[in-house]
Ligand binder design. Structure first.
Ligand SMILES: O=C([O-])CC(=O)C(=O)O
Ligand SMILES: [Mg+2]
Length: 590
């Protein structure tokens, strides 16, 4: 083991990167393959070796010049959607350069390829349609999913992000136009998580759409029929999962933006049988827990001191609350006491004691089984959020309602400041238009005392001469790391467990530096996202070691000590740099 550990660390220290890669592909074929293409950065020896002389303009550009040119072009556009289209085109031409720009300018570029712009991208997907990316499975392909997966050129897909388009961000049913989401998430997997682009696959399960505008639209790209339901729907997803496992047994599947009534049962059905997780339930839960751990640490208190009012009882809302409860239990609280620290509100008001103060006492709401455990007798059933705040005195407001924005009002936040010295305000719904309030409002209404973390990115706010930087509490801090762990250590991570998610949350909170804490942030600077992904991946793998069988642990070549593990994960992470391309053909002289 010792020798192995020293091996990885030495390898990492001595590796000359990028390593040369042999390629059989030449000429226009290599130029038009986005995985190989370097644009004008092919140097002269390479242009000769690969039969490219004359096919590319005569100027040779450096990577730096290429990055600057694209940034100039992006910045010259006025609208975010136009900027996104420029970046999409680059993604289709030159994956290395695309991911290099995403990584080096993540604060500027992530909002253009991911939340919030990805919302508009999906809404305009049909009319803006260019090159296909990823795979689509429709009802007319039933029985053929397994064969179709062989149309995909890579024999080694490590991460799939899949959606059925039924709840795209907070925008609702966008059908097959939801493809923008898996594409955006996987771009972050590559740039922020270090998964190589040829190892990822975005997927849409086109089970139809119930969105009347799309059904009537001539630009709609999916099957213009109503959604499958009942057994037909579940059999469709079963066929997909079985086909994936048969083709790429080590792949991890991330479920994304499925509406709650499907997301919850699908996760329950698959989580013990497949390497999979649901990002909106588990990823959001994990990142929110990380935010609360961090906020409590900044305030010198514990997560068990926090009392939460959660707006939203969808898959994200309840999943997030459950994971915070797990975090409180880990910190030493009983599950019952932890759950008593939550009030969950739906659009019909709080889940509370039916005492008749809000309507007919006998007409208790028919609560679904997943909501029943969240009824809190300290508030009356159907109470408004303001009433619930007065009765329950929460110290944290979580917004996961995916309703039109503005759910958190001035009265609510002002009421919290009467008893909470630093209320934690987390408007998490995406995109920006769905945020429950803006950071500006939260800071203004709390006289600058609030700790604010949002799902979509927001700019810093200056109030009474003091600048406050809201953190972005977005799944992007955790899902790339969870997928990275599964990709580099599949035998140790046969399933994604609750404990792994808890460890991931702690690793994300622990990744904060002292300077970041001093700035009042609850999340690390986005610029360090690769470090965060690596820390999350290491934490997940460590948990995998803890639960692996003795056989799997012994068989694994992965070092178990923290420094060796970190070196191993770092070594495995893909980097967006051009590799020197070497011609494998021996030269013959006669
Ligand atoms: O995409 C994001 O920014 C976060 C997320 O999963 C969602 O809002 O559905
Ligand atoms: Mg999502």
């Amino acid at each position: 083991m010792r020798r192995m550990r020293r091996g990885w660390q030495r390898l990492l220290a001595t590796r000359t990167y990028p390593t040369p890669v042999k390629t059989e592909v030449k000429g226009t074929e290599i130029m038009h393959d986005p995985l190989w293409n370097k644009g004008m950065a092919f140097d002269w020896p390479e242009r000769d070796r690969l039969n490219l002389r004359g096919l590319i303009p005569p100027r040779v550009k450096s990577e730096k010049e290429q990055v600057e040119r694209v940034l100039r072009l992006v910045r010259s556009e006025e609208t975010d959607i136009r900027k996104n289209l420029i970046l999409q085109d680059l993604h289709d031409r030159n994956e290395t350069l695309f991911h290099k720009i995403v990584l080096e300018h993540i604060g500027e570029i992530a909002p253009l390829i991911y939340t919030p712009t990805v919302g508009i991208v999906c809404q305009m997907f049909g009319v803006n349609y260019r090159r296909p990316r990823g795979m689509y499975f429709s009802r007319h392909d039933r029985g053929l999913f397994g064969t179709m997966l062989h149309n995909w050129p890579s024999d080694d897909v490590k991460v799939i992000v899949v959606t059925d388009g039924s709840r795209i961000l907070g925008l609702g049913d966008l059908g097959a136009h939801g493809m923008g989401i898996p594409v955006g998430k996987l771009a972050l997997y590559c740039a922020a998580g270090g998964i190589a682009p040829h190892h990822v696959l975005p997927v849409v399960l086109d089970v139809g759409t119930n969105n009347p505008d799309l059904l009537a639209s001539e630009d709609y790209i999916g099957t213009p029929e109503k959604r499958l339901s009942g057994d037909e729907y579940y059999e469709f997803v079963d066929e997909f999962m079985q086909a994936v496992e048969a083709r790429w047994p080590k792949c991890v599947v991330q479920f994304e933006d499925f509406e709650t009534p499907r997301a919850v049962p699908l996760l329950a059905k698959y989580r013990d049988d497949y390497r999979c997780f649901n990002d909106d339930i588990q990823g959001t839960g994990c990142v929110t827990l990380a935010g609360l751990l961090s906020a409590a640490r900044n305030a010198g208190t514990s997560i068990t001191d926090i009392k939460v009012l959660c707006a939203g009882a969808g898959s994200a809302g309840l999943g997030v609350c459950a994971q915070i409860v797990d975090g409180m239990v880990e910190a030493g609280m009983s599950r019952e006491d932890a759950m008593a620290r939550f009030v969950v509100c739906t659009s019909q008001g709080a889940l509370g004691k039916p005492d008749g103060s809000h309507g007919d006492p006998n007409a208790t709401r028919g609560l679904s089984d997943d909501r029943k455990p969240w009824v809190n007798p300290l508030v009356s059933d159907g109470a408004s959020m303001l009433e619930a705040i007065t009765a329950f005195r929460p110290t944290c407001l979580l917004g996961l309602a995916a309703q039109p924005g503005g759910l958190f009002t001035e009265e609510m936040i002002k009421a919290m400041t009467t008893y909470a010295p630093a209320p934690i305000i987390m408007p998490m719904s995406n995109p920006t238009s769905k945020a429950e309030c803006t950071p500006e409002q939260a800071y203004a209404w709390s006289e600058g005392t609030a700790v604010v973390a949002t799902g979509s990115p927001f700019a810093p706010v200056t109030i009474h001469g003091k600048t406050h930087t809201p953190s972005q509490c977005n799944n992007m801090y955790v899902f790339p790391g969870i997928g990275l762990a599964a990709a580099v250590a599949p035998s140790l991570i046969p399933r994604v467990t609750d404990k792994m998610l808890y460890r991931a949350a702690v690793a994300c909170a622990d990744a904060m530096t002292a300077e970041e804490r001093a700035e009042g942030r609850t999340f690390p600077d986005l610029k360090r996202i690769r470090d965060v992904s690596k820390a999350v991946a290491c934490a997940v793998i460590e948990e995998g070691f803890r639960t692996a069988s003795a056989h799997d642990r012994l068989q694994s070549i992965i070092p178990q000590d923290p420094a060796g593990l970190e070196a191993y994960v770092e070594f495995q992470m893909w980097k967006p740099v051009y590799h020197p391309l070497v011609d494998p053909t021996p030269r013959h002289f006669d």
